[in-house]
Design a protein around this ligand. Structure first.
Ligand code: HEC
Length: 262
């Protein structure tokens, strides 16, 4: 190594998380706190929307299948009439409604045959409890009589591009901050930085694959879990190295230029 490159290497030997000035640490810390909260909220939102898709709390492969592939065995009304609404009408009337739903929920038949049953058996709850769908209205019950095909192509396209653009920004800055961490093998560090991006692509691709074939549902879980884990490791390591590491090393910062290949 020549004299000048050695001294230039020395000059940049502060480029690591423990050595950064307090204002820069404040900037990074503020970002990490907000993004960390954002990730928690995203987790909660996933549990509350997708997590409840199969009617049980907690995320499962079934939830993912219901959300993206749908439940193509039948309509919601059929599922309910064979499930929690089974005791609400005698078998003959239940079958009449189910057959009507399977045959496309025709409007004439609704007036003639179905509405009277619904008025007699279902209206006392469904026309009066505001949180329940008012299935005495044709527009409402015909929606519930459609076979559930899961997420539409339009909504998948929308959430895909929002996710790819939005989340890559988040991962860029998380990785940018973490790139200044000390004490990591460069391949481990590079892996942690690139993984979230790869998992993000896996995640979004697996929504589309699941819409096409429900067996891909487990890929959605792997993708989502993978990038959450990698992001969490980077966020906590960065916080630790900025604030705890200097305390544990008598405020002597390591002489490393983390951005220079060694
Ligand atoms: C005693 C009150 C009561 C009666 C009678 C009743 N339901 Fe329900 N229904 C509920 C409640 C409460 C829920 C929400 C809990 C659930 O999904 O099991 C519900 C949910 C449903 C849902 C799911 C709605 C959604 O969007 O998730 C359908 C479909 C349904 N009922 C159909 C019927 C039909 C058809 C009848 C008549 C044969 C009927 N219900 C009679 C109380 C009632």
């Amino acid at each position: 190594m020549t004299q000048t490159s050695t001294s230039r290497q020395k000059e940049m030997a502060w480029l690591n998380l423990p050595c950064l000035s307090v204002p820069v640490k404040a900037l990074f810390t503020g970002y990490i706190l907000v993004v960390g909260l954002g990730l928690l909220m995203a987790g909660a939102q996933i549990l509350l929307t997708h997590g409840m898709a199969d009617g049980k709390f907690g995320i499962s492969v079934d939830d993912i299948v219901y959300s993206y592939y749908g439940n193509r065995n039948g309509s919601k009304i059929e599922a309910k009439l064979n499930g929690s609404m089974k005791d609400k009408a005698p078998p003959v009337e239940r079958l009449t409604i189910i057959k009507w739903a399977r045959n496309g929920a025709n409007k004439q038949e609704w007036q003639a045959k179905i509405k009277p049953i619904v008025m007699k058996r279902c209206a006392m709850c469904h026309a009066h409890i505001p949180t329940l769908p008012n299935i005495t209205k044709y527009e409402v019950i015909s929606k519930l009589a459609e076979v559930d095909h899961g997420a539409s192509i339009t909504s998948l396209t929308r959430i895909s591009h929002i996710h790819l653009f939005g989340i890559s920004f988040i991962f860029f800055f998380i990785g940018f901050i973490f790139s200044m961490a000390v004490g990591f093998n460069k391949w481990v560090k590079a892996g942690l930085i690139i993984f979230p991006f790869l998992f993000l692509i896996t995640d979004v691709a697996s929504w589309w694959l699941t819409k096409w074939d429900p067996n891909f549902a487990w890929l959605v879980i792997i993708g989502g879990t993978g990038y959450s884990l990698a992001a969490t490791v980077m966020l906590f390591t960065s916080l630790y190295q900025m604030w705890i590491y200097p305390l544990r090393h008598q405020h002597l910062c390591p002489e490393v230029n983390t951005w220079k290949e060694d």
